[in-house]
Design a protein around this ligand. Structure first.
Ligand SMILES: N[C@@H](CCC(=O)N[C@@H](CS)C(=O)NCC(=O)O)C(=O)O
Length: 202
C-alpha cells in the first residue's frame, strides 16, 4: 500500500499547481490549510516540516518535502508515468520534461519574481518591472516557437509538463506578462487552464 500524502496549502498560492497536479493524477490525499495571512506557517509544528515556513509542503508518510517544483517533479515521476502523464525514465522526452519544468520555475520564474517585487513596491513599471516584462517576452518567444510545432509541451499529448509550465506562465500573465503577443503560447495556455483538474479549489 502506498504511503499517505498530505498537502499543506493556502488558496491561490504557490501550492495551487501542486493541488492541481494531485487532482490531475487522481491521487487520494489529505489537505491541511495553513493560513499564511495569520502566521500559521511559523508555528513550530509546521516549521518542523518545512523550516522555510512556506506552502506548498507535502508529507509522504512521515517524510516532508517542500518547493513546488520539487513536489511536482516527484509526483510526476512517482505517479505520472503509469497514468500516461509523464515520460518513462531514460527516454528523450523525460529529459525535455525536466528541462522545461525547470525552465519555467527557475529561468522564467526569476523574471516573474522580479516583476512581482516591482508590483509589491507599488512601482510595477519601474526599471526592474519593465525589464522583467521584456525578458519574459523573449522567453515567451522561445516557448511560442515550440508550441507552433506541437499542441503540447512534449508533443501530441497533454502531460504534467503542461501543468507545471502553464501554471507559471498563467501567473505571469496575471502580473502583466505579454502572453497575448505569442499566439501559440496563448492558445496552449487556454487549453491547459481549461483542464478539469485546473478547476479544483486551490
Ligand atoms: N519557491 C517556493 C515559494 C513558496 C512561497 O513563497 N510560498 C508562499 C505562498 S505563495 C508562502 O508560503 N508564504 C508565507 C510566508 O512567506 O510567510 C515554492 O515554489 O514552493
Amino acid at each position: 500500500m502506498s504511503q499517505a500524502i498530505v498537502l499543506y496549502w493556502h488558496p491561490m498560492s504557490s501550492a495551487t499547481p501542486v493541488a492541481c497536479a494531485l487532482a490531475e493524477l487522481g491521487l487520494p490525499h489529505e489537505r491541511v490549510k495553513v493560513d499564511i495571512t495569520t502566521g500559521e506557517q511559523r508555528r513550530p509544528a509546521f516549521l518542523a516540516l518545512n523550516p522555510n515556513g512556506k506552502v506548498p509542503t507535502l508529507t509522504v508518510g512521515d517524510a516532508p518535502m517542500f518547493e513546488a517544483l520539487a513536489i511536482e517533479l516527484w509526483l510526476a515521476e512517482q505517479h505520472g508515468v503509469q497514468r500516461g502523464l509523464w515520460p518513462k525514465a531514460g527516454t528523450p522526452a523525460q529529459l525535455q520534461a525536466f528541462s522545461w519544468c525547470t525552465w519555467a520555475y527557475v529561468t522564467y520564474g526569476a523574471q516573474v519574481m522580479r516583476r512581482q517585487a516591482a508590483i509589491d513596491k507599488g512601482t510595477p513599471d519601474d526599471d526592474h518591472g519593465t525589464a522583467a516584462l521584456q525578458a519574459m517576452d523573449q522567453l515567451l518567444a522561445v516557448l511560442d516557437e515550440r508550441l507552433a510545432k506541437q499542441a503540447w509541451m512534449l508533443g501530441e499529448a497533454y502531460s504534467l509538463v503542461d501543468l507545471c509550465v502553464g501554471s507559471v506562465i498563467g501567473y505571469s500573465a496575471y502580473l502583466g506578462a505579454p502572453v497575448n503577443k505569442h499566439p501559440h503560447a496563448q492558445a496552449w495556455l487556454a487549453r491547459v487552464q481549461a483542464r478539469p483538474a485546473m478547476q479544483v479549489e486551490a
